[in-house]
Write a protein that binds this ligand. Sequence first.
Ligand code: SF4
Ligand code: ZN
Ligand code: ZN
Length: 315
Amino acid sequence: MTLRCALTKCMVCGREAIFLRSYSGEKLCKGCYVGSVEKKVKTTISSYNMFDPEDRIAVAVSGGKDSLSLLHILHKIEMKFPRSELVAITVNEGISGYREEAIEIVSGNCKKLRVEQVVTSFRELYGHDLDEIMNIAEEKGDLSPCSYCGVLRRKALNMVAKKVGSDKLAIAHTLDDEVQTRLLNVIHGDILRIGRVGPVLEGNFAGFVSRVKPLCEVPEREVALFAFLKGIEFQTASCPYREEALRNNIRIFLNRLETEHPGIKYTVLRSLEKIAPSVRELAGKAGLKNCKVCGEPTVTEVCKACQSLRDLGLI
Ligand code: SF4
Ligand code: ZN
Ligand code: ZN
C-alpha cells in the first residue's frame, strides 16, 4: 500500500511520495495523502447531503482508528460551520479489560478537540454488561457475542443520540465495512437489511435519528494510514470477543480480490447499490414501527435488542 521511493514524486506537489493508490494510480506525499482522504470524506458528505449547517451531530466513537479518524475529520469540517456542533458518543458494552482503555483514549481525543463526550453503557441501559449477557448466552449456546453486541449497541446509539438532542448520528463505517455488511446481508438473504443499508438512513420515522456514514467511500487501510500519519491516538488492542468468522472470511476474500483487481471493492459496492432500490421498496413497505416492549424504532413487532434479552430471560 505504501511506497517509499526517493525517485517517486507526489503527483500533486512534487515532494517525495509515500503512497500509491493502486486503484487510481495516484502517488501522494504525506500532506497530499491526508488532504485526499479529507477531501474524499467531504465529497461523500456533500454528494449524499449528509448534514445541514446547523446540525448537532452525534459521532459514535468506540476508540478505534476508524471512529477517531472520523471524529478528527468531522471536527475539522465542522469548524467552518459555527452553528453546527459535534458530540462524541461512546458505548461501554461492559467488556472487562478492554473497553476501559478505549474510553480513556476517546476522552483524551475529545479534550484535545474540545468536543463534548457522552459515555453510556449496556449496564445503564439494559441492566447488564456484555460479559454477563455472554455468560448466560453461552449456557444456552445461541448467538455470537458480536450479534448481541451489535444489536444492543445500535439501539444504545439511537437512544443516546436522541437524548442529547442530535439531528444526525455519524457512524465510522469504512468502504470495507460497507461492502462486507452488504455481502453478509446477501449471504443471509436478509432482504430488509439489503434495502436499509446505505450511506444515509433517513430519520423519517419519529424516534429514529438519521444515520450517516461519511467514511463509506474510504478503504479501511487508507483510514488506518490517515490515523497513523495524523498521529491520532487510538486503541490497538482487539476485543477479546472478536470472532465473526464469516465476516472475517469475507474480509480476507475481498482483500485478496482487491490486490489482484484494484478497485474491486468500489465495483462491488456500486453493483449492490444498483440492486438496493428495488429491495429498498420492499423494505419501505415493511416500514418502521415502535417496539412493543421498549418503544424504539424497529421493523418487527419487538426490536431485535428486546428479543435477544427476552430470549435470555433478562427482561
Ligand atoms: Fe462487540 Fe464483537 Fe466489536 Fe467486541 S468485536 S466490541 S463483541 S461487536
Ligand atoms: Zn504532495
Ligand atoms: Zn425493543
